[in-house]
Design a protein around this ligand. Sequence first.
Ligand code: 5GP
Ligand code: MN
Length: 373
Amino acid sequence: MSAVVRRSKTAKRRVLKKAKRRARRAGAAPRGRRRKPLAAAAGGGPRWKLLLPHLRRGRQAVISTHVNPDGDGLGSQLALAAYLKQRGLRVAIVNSDPVPRAYGFMDPRGEILTCRDPAARRAMDACKLLFALDNGTLSRMGDLEGWIRETPAFKICIDHHASQDDIWDLRLIDEGACSTGTLIYQMIRTLGARLNPAQALAIYVALITDTGYFRFSRTDASTYRLAADLLDAGVDPIWVYHEVYERNSLAYLRLLGTALSNVNIECGGRLGWVSLSRQQIDEVDGGEEDTSEIVNSLLTLDGIRMALLLKEMPAQKTKVSLRSKGEIDVNVLAGRFGGGGHRNAAGILLAEPLERGVERVLEQARRLLAAES
Ligand code: 5GP
Ligand code: MN
């Protein structure tokens, strides 16, 4: 009789458990979490065909995304704009804030306007179809919020956040998607169009920035398959990496240095947080650039479960960026302060000064971690 057959049932179960643990350590996805490849998923997800009756030639569309637009918001906008133009619509991309320096390469023709631009105002006045992409909540539309509420245009929300607003005439939402760009890709393919190289680039930037270069929790096989499709469509991944991640200013690097050397570690090493005052930011001449890589760096510490960056903003406000690992839900935590996002990445704009903001958010963060241990 072999050694395996001789083992008792409990021993076998133990061996099986061990093998599973080993597979997980080697990077295998736990069972039940595997998703269908994108080609198969394209038929599911949001009901893209509901869009078709609205995409009439000559109609004026306006496409907007959230304040401080990121790679996902901007990439989704550019890819959707090109698709709508192919179908004969007039299109304007209009945001509350200008394109951050890091993403300037995506918009060489300066197509992306702010709502203060006269051409944007004209498009907003003539708008029949409004698209809000990747916004999460209406309150993240900044100076566009009032106009969005009031415009008689047909309002469409495309997002991978769980948007709670009831103002949309059509909601095309998939919380399981790793980026809004992925949804725009699905939409274009489901409605029967092909991607041009500029659209492929836009969607690739959306994909890599929202998955943190394929490392955040919603990354799966379909994410890599989509990336492969986009490379086939002409994307140069080395050039894109350089544009997005290797063109930081010296001020930004200094700010990262300040943040990392002032990090606070609590809860037995499971919580890492850092606050940045205006003075610290000004000392290194740091601008309002994206600081998401700073908070993500804290997550590289061994044993960490949650990381927070609290940044003093003008007008006595505090911007909080929250990140977590595994089941710890920072979306719920952010929600208690009027913020939101996703389970493992969320944000809050607190209408409180830095010190008070640090106190209140940390108290809740410690509680959440205490409940976990
Ligand atoms: P970050 O920390 O990089 O600014 O934001 C992480 C994620 O949190 C974003 O992708 C977005 O989903 C969400 N988020 C950031 N700031 C806010 C905010 O002020 N309000 C809400 N509702 N969500 C936010
Ligand atoms: Mn997004």
